[in-house]
Design a protein around this ligand. Structure first.
Ligand SMILES: O=c1[nH]c(=O)c2[nH]c(=O)[nH]c2[nH]1
Length: 302
């Protein structure tokens, strides 16, 4: 008897890149997505017995995504489109027990031309993406499912030139970092929030787009205006404001790299570049600090 077993498995198609142009007369919209679908279910024999009979080919999954994109009117609402994709796989194949669908939406911002929004020209004004992960799990029949939705933003690069300090930290024989009450603060924001959804039929009532726009703005506003004593304290404040505003969320997770900008030592050349005279810095890509936290809602008292 073999001493090994298949502990878990999932498979599917990754990096499916899709563009949809939505035309209303001459007014066009563009949606560019990157999608991953991983299925779970009765696939163990394909691993352990080389039996392919239940494999839905990943090529079929890719075709399915394009077909659903053609038929759906929700491609630009990524949480809803991901749900449609997941529901398709759950309801079409009786041996699929769980569908995991990730979608990243890339930026295409409408161009301003001669002071007016252009009807069919767009600009990539930042590499930050909007993302979602939807997991649909079969409980009983194809309609009897649970749904988990996470949404977020990734790679939003921000910097402020003052309003950030870092002092009072633990000092020991390994510490060389000077305290500062004024530094450049820069980070690339990754934020992920989790929706509290009791029933799949309720998802059409959740204002996913408004919540995304609002959390993005809360993140920017807090970053800009908070007199930061550390990345940790600024992170917590962003998360607290977002959770207090949106009761639909159960938690929010931030990953904030501390992208260091160090003062360049110009004393060696007889030039003052310390304290109030600091204006020449050098960015250090790595190593970077990495500050992460998940802030969750305390359960209401029963
Ligand atoms: O905001 C900060 N948090 C830290 O934990 C840390 N550590 C460090 O070297 N610089 C900083 N800055």
């Amino acid at each position: 008897m073999s001493g090994v077993y298949l502990k878990e498995q999932s498979y599917g198609k990754d990096q499916v890149r899709l563009v949809k142009v939505i035309r209303t007369g001459k007014w066009h919209e563009i949606v560019e997505l990157t999608i991953r679908v991983l299925l779970e279910g009765d696939f163990a024999d394909s691993y352990t017995k080389a039996d392919n009979s239940l494999i839905v080919a990943t090529d079929t999954m890719k075709n399915t995504i394009y077909i659903l994109a053609k038929q759906s009117s929700n491609v630009n609402r990524i949480e809803i489109f991901a749900t449609e994709i997941g529901q398709h796989f759950i309801s079409t194949y009786s041996h699929v027990s769980k569908a995991n669908v990730w979608i990243s939406k890339h930026k295409w911002t409408r161009m301003l031309v001669n002071g007016k929004f252009h009807d069919h020209s767009f600009l990539r004004d930042g590499e930050d993406t909007r993302n979602t992960k939807v997991v649909i799990t079969k409980k009983g029949g194809p309609k009897d499912v649970t749904i988990e939705i996470e949404s977020g933003l990734k790679d939003m690069l921000v910097l402020k030139t003052t309003g950030s300090a870092f002092y009072g930290f633990l000092r020991d024989k390994y510490t060389t970092l000077q305290e500062t009450n004024d530094r450049i603060l820069s980070t690339s924001v990754d934020a992920t929030w989790t929706y509290n959804i009791s029933n799949i039929s309720l998802i059409s009532q959740i204002p996913f787009d408004d919540i995304f726009d609002s959390i993005r703005q809360i993140t920017l506003d807090t970053f800009a205006t908070h007199n930061s004593s550390s990345v940790q304290a600024t992170l917590y404040l962003m998360a607290k404001i977002a959770l207090e505003k949106f009761q639909q969320l159960s938690s929010i997770h931030y990953e904030l790299p501390n992208k260091h900008y160090f003062t360049y030592d110009l004393d060696r050349f007889g030039l003052k570049n310390t304290g109030k005279d600091t204006d020449i810095y050098y960015p250090v890509a790595d190593p970077a600090g990495l500050i992460t936290a998940t802030i969750a809602r305390t359960k209401p008292k029963l």
